[in-house]
Design a protein around this ligand. Structure first.
Ligand code: PEP
Length: 258
């Protein structure tokens, strides 16, 4: 990470894990471990039902609560969906969009763009996920694929709004598989992500946008991944479910803050 130009961000993605009571216990434990001095940004993206529990325990800390999904429409006959104003009113600051697990459920790039727009329209910050499958990597089309995902999603983001966006590079073959990209592989694509942002918005915005790596990041490999210049943090699934492990990743980011 390059702390001269951008902040470090460590974000949890709990996926479909933890009840409201488990959320309270996790957040209480995390609260007791929060570093007192140097900080990276910490975000906990959790199931919608858990948000009030997380918010209650962490309300006067610098930990931000995020959501894992949003509907692109403002309201309507959409049983079971959650609108942006509901999340914002609950105090949510970040929303994951374009996660490969949701793309797998049928979310297209244009839908991801519409969701990203809904996040911004409600004053929140999108965490935009992009990433290639193993097949795409082996075919040598990783960059083309990621450039397309970025161009479509960012087509709805005005230059002055880019500072609200966090991008996460998440190779699908590394998510939940225990198969982490090497720091070199992750750096190569995160650098490429930044180069696409540079082409779309110019040098200065590209230098400031946080680009995270996600895909089996854990307390053992975080330090080496976060030492790479274009990896500004992590989006963490499995290892974010345990407060101690998650905190060790936060410490790895803080150590790399020098
Ligand atoms: C994720 O869900 O975004 C993720 C990176 O999961 P994991 O850390 O478990 O691979």
């Amino acid at each position: 990470m390059n702390r001269k130009y951008r902040r470090a961000v460590i974000a949890a993605n709990w996926k479909m894990n933890k009840t409201p009571s488990e959320t309270r216990d996790f957040c209480t434990a995390l609260r007791s471990m929060l570093p007192r001095s140097r900080w990276c940004d910490i975000i906990l993206c959790m199931p919608a039902i858990d948000i009030p529990s997380g918010m209650r325990v962490l309300k006067d800390t610098r930990v931000a609560i995020g959501a894992e999904n949003i509907h692109e429409k403002a309201s309507g006959a959409l049983t079971g969906e959650i609108a942006g104003n509901m999340l914002a009113d609950a105090g949510v600051k970040y929303v994951i969009v374009g996660h490969s697990e949701r793309r797998e459920m049928g979310e297209s790039d244009t839908r991801v763009a519409a969701k990203l727009r809904a996040v911004l329209d409600n004053g929140m910050n999108p965490i935009l996920c992009v990433g290639e499958s193993l097949e795409q990597r082996e075919l040598g089309v990783t960059e083309e694929w990621i450039a397309m995902q970025l161009k479509i999603a960012l087509s709805v983001v005005k230059p002055e709004e880019l500072k609200k966006v966090v991008i996460a590079y998440e190779p699908i073959w590394a998510i939940g598989t225990g198969k982490t990209a090497t720091p070199e592989q992750a750096q190569e694509v995160c650098e490429f992500v930044r180069s696409v942002v540079r082409k779309l918005y110019g040098a200065r915005p590209a230098r400031s946008v946080p680009v995270l790596y996600g895909g089996s990041m854990n307390e053992k490999n975080a330090f080496d991944l976060l030492a790479k210049p274009d990896i500004d943090g992590g989006l963490i699934g499995g290892a974010s479910l345990d407060p101690e492990k998650f905190m060790q990743i936060v410490h790895a980011a803080n150590q790399n803050n020098d």
